[in-house]
Design a protein around this ligand. Structure first.
Ligand code: COA
Length: 244
């Protein structure tokens, strides 16, 4: 790996975007390496913590590469296919965003299930200023996350969302000093790892399933109701063995 660092633990994987000289801009090499991360997490599902080095999440797709791309590359959906794959990972994904999350960097954070921000986090999609659209998810994921009105402020108005506004809008779960960002994100993952992995996986599938409610919810519940893990967890609650 040359553009990301990977810390694989028993119960989670921490991936750090690591091209500080280019403000962690997402280039083709990083796309390839993040596909490898996805392949690993599809084979052995674990929660993912995604973050950036050097006080930046990611300053966008790599503009030097974008400048050389034409219609064929656009139709390949180089970034959007990766972000869609990331969004469909079986276990939850958390983006810990410090500093800039712009363009493709913002879209990468939007593709995660939950975002936590440092006080310096800034989300924005300046793509029209470069003569292109935010084609890797912002045009629809951002509207899903914060509503069409705010999405248009960002995508058309070039308005950046600082950490405080992102928090008020629900785009981020929490805002903490940069020094506490990773601890807070790990705390969230700690809580997740205490839950049933099967229940998290099926919850994510159900939340993200386009239509099909309530039948898909019933099907997922039917699977979970038959597990020993569910019976154990409920028995521990009823016998007051779990902390509440
Ligand atoms: N693609 C490629 N290189 C990038 C980049 C990007 N998206 N963002 C930053 N870089 C490079 C710069 O070209 C510069 O390289 P250099 O040192 O060889 O000149 C280096 O990263 C540092 O960038 P710089 O602008 O000097 O850092 P800064 O801290 O003053 O500003 C940003 C940070 C994020 C505000 C600024 O770099 C920026 O606006 N980046 C582009 C954001 C953007 O338009 N993203 C959408 C792309 S789709």
């Amino acid at each position: 790996m040359s553009t990301v660092t990977i810390d694989e633990r028993d119960d989670r994987v921490v991936v750090t975007l690591d091209r500080p000289d280019a403000r962690n801009a997402v280039n083709a090499a990083m796309i390839g390496e993040l596909h490898e991360v996805c392949a690993r997490l599809e084979a052995r599902p674990k929660p993912l913590l995604l973050t950036g080095s050097g006080g930046v999440f990611a300053a966008g797709a790599d503009i030097a590469e974008l400048a050389e791309r034409g219609r064929e590359e656009a139709l390949q959906g180089i970034n959007s296919r990766l972000f869609d794959r990331l969004a469909r990972l079986p276990q939850p994904t958390v983006a810990a965003v410090d500093g800039y999350a712009l363009g493709g960097g913002a879209e990468l954070a939007f593709a995660c299930d939950i975002r936590i921000a440092s006080e310096t986090a800034v989300f924005g999609n300046p793509e029209p200023g470069l003569g292109i659209i935010a084609a890797a998810g912002a045009c629809w994921r951002l509207a899903d996350l914060v509503g069409t009105s705010v999405a248009k402020q960002v995508l058309l108005g070039g308005i950046r969302l600082d950490a405080e506004r992102a928090h008020r809008l629900g785009l981020v779960a929490d805002v903490v000093p940069a020094a506490d960002l990773h601890a807070r994100a790990h705390g969230l993952l700690d809580r997740m790892t205490r839950s049933s992995a099967a229940a998290l996986r099926l919850t994510k599938l159900v939340v993200d399933s386009p239509g099909g409610h309530p039948y898909v919810d019933d099907l997922a519940q039917a699977v979970l109701f038959e597990t020993a893990d569910k019976r154990d967890r409920m028995a521990r609650f009823l016998t007051k063995e779990t902390t509440r």
